[in-house]
Design a protein around this ligand. Structure first.
Ligand code: NAG
Ligand code: NAG
Ligand code: NAG
Length: 402
């Protein structure tokens, strides 16, 4: 009885200290660096309570070179479906024909983020590394913290001693939703990611400066990550590339399977105020078909992913492939994992695709690894095998002293 009590008391004390570090962060904003604080300030736990987190919107100033498209907000679902058909047809030229030039986008955008610290530590200063987590298309940052005990990467990383910063990409979750055709594009997402990395490196975002910043991306989030690493090869200390491969050919059947639907029509309660260029996967089948493999998931976990699915935009769809370029100057370690049955990037059979992705997109990466997770679909964190995927990534980091 007594030792147990000690453990409980110690845990509570440790928690109180980390919480007070986080409270300082959100209650005494540093006026000279607006991105330093979270609004509304909220201290919450990760699903499994292994991490304590500050959650809220941070203001992120960026400048990006976007594409200027002539495309107008579609007047109806018929018009959206016609766009989808045209960009997926075998001799597609719609995107190319819609380009009117480039444009500089300069602005400060509200990004909803969750900065989590391991609850096991007495103070934030004990944490040496942070992981920045970029979710894929159609989901939001809760992808990294779906359910306890087995489907939260935030918990797994906290148990292994890492802080994490999961954020809703611009246009998804609770982040801002500016112009979905000419502002919310892949180049803007790259600059937001870079701003967050520099924020935690310099300490203008969060509690402390981090010298080790590990970058994890899933699916379209990893496409953004790759585009980022091509432009900013010295920025991330290591990359955890998940739900990705060396080919984009299977994005055609995947995108049909998504059934891209006007978000305000598919889910008026959540998205009623958005214009018709914000899209969503409308039904459970449109999430299952491209993302999950039955029977290798818990239906309750699937339901959580379905309930938190979020918006993607025409601007992102039009610029997704263009941003995906190799990062030959990235020389850190890269771990690649994908589910055996991934549809979007493997056409349902992953085999050697993760290692081909590593070789093609990160040719100069050192100490790298590429793995296929058996009995798993594209949304890796939502499958029963998630703990196996998490331990492969975390063991990889440990092996590299990160
Ligand atoms: C607040 O901003 C000032 C001026 O930029 C800086 O010197 C100081 O270190 C910052 N404090 C914190 C806690 O970030
Ligand atoms: C969580 O994972 C462990 C081992 O990986 C397994 O034994 C357990 O049944 C899983 N729990 C749930 C609720 O899926
Ligand atoms: C590669 O791994 C070795 C040990 O396994 C380590 O000493 C070295 O720092 C690693 N290189 C990089 C760039 O992480």
């Amino acid at each position: 009885m007594k030792p147990l009590l000690c453990v409980v008391v110690f845990f509570a004390l440790a928690l109180a200290d980390i919480s007070s570090d986080l409270n300082n962060l959100i209650r005494s904003p540093n006026a000279s660096s607006p991105s330093a604080y979270f609004i509304p300030e909220q201290i919450i736990f990760s699903r499994g309570r292994h991490a304590v987190c500050a959650s809220g919107k941070i203001q992120v100033p960026i400048t990006a070179q976007n594409i200027r498209f002539t495309t107008q907000v579609p007047p109806s679902q018929f018009a959206v479906t016609a766009i989808v058909q045209e960009i997926l047809q075998y001799d597609a030229s719609l995107i190319q024909k819609s380009i009117a030039g480039t444009q500089i986008v300069q602005g400060t955008y509200g990004i909803f983020a969750k900065l989590c610290y391991p609850a096991q530590f007495a103070s934030a200063a004990q944490v040496k590394s942070i992981q920045i987590l970029t979710h894929g298309s159609g989901l939001e940052k809760s992808y990294w913290d779906i359910a306890s005990p087995n489907n939260s990467y935030v918990d797994a990383a906290a148990k292994a001693g890492y802080a994490t910063l999961a954020y809703d990409r611009l246009g998804a979750g609770q982040s801002d939703r500016p112009d979905p055709i000419n502002v919310i594009q892949s180049a803007v997402q790259v600059e937001i990611l870079e701003a967050l990395i520099q924020g935690v490196r310099t300490g203008t975002l969060g509690i402390q400066k981090f010298n080790t910043v590990i970058c994890a991306g899933h699916s379209y989030g990893q496409i953004i990550q790759t585009g980022h690493d091509a432009k900013y090869p010295a920025s991330c200390s290591a990359v955890l590339a998940t739900g990705i491969s060396d080919t984009t050919q299977y994005l055609v059947p995947e995108t049909f399977a998504l059934n891209p639907t006007i978000a305000s029509q598919a889910d008026p309660a959540r998205f009623g105020s958005l214009n018709n260029a914000f899209l969503i996967n409308p039904t459970p089948v449109s999430v299952h078909l491209p993302f999950f493999r039955y029977p290798y998931f818990d239906p309750a976990v699937f339901q959580k992913v379905f309930d938190t699915r979020s918006t993607y935009t025409i601007g992102e769809i039009f610029t997704a492939i263009a941003i995906l370029s190799p990062a030959p100057a990235f020389t850190g370690p890269v771990a690649v994992i994908n589910g055996q049955f991934d549809i979007p990037f493997c056409g349902g059979d992953c085999a050697q695709r993760p290692s081909a992705y590593r070789a093609t997109f990160y040719p100069a990466a050192v100490n790298s690894t590429a793995q296929v997770i058996p009995n798993t679909g594209h949304v890796i964190n939502g499958h029963i095998t998630a703990p196996q995927a998490f331990s492969q990534l975390l063991e990889f980091l440990k092996k590299n002293n990160l």
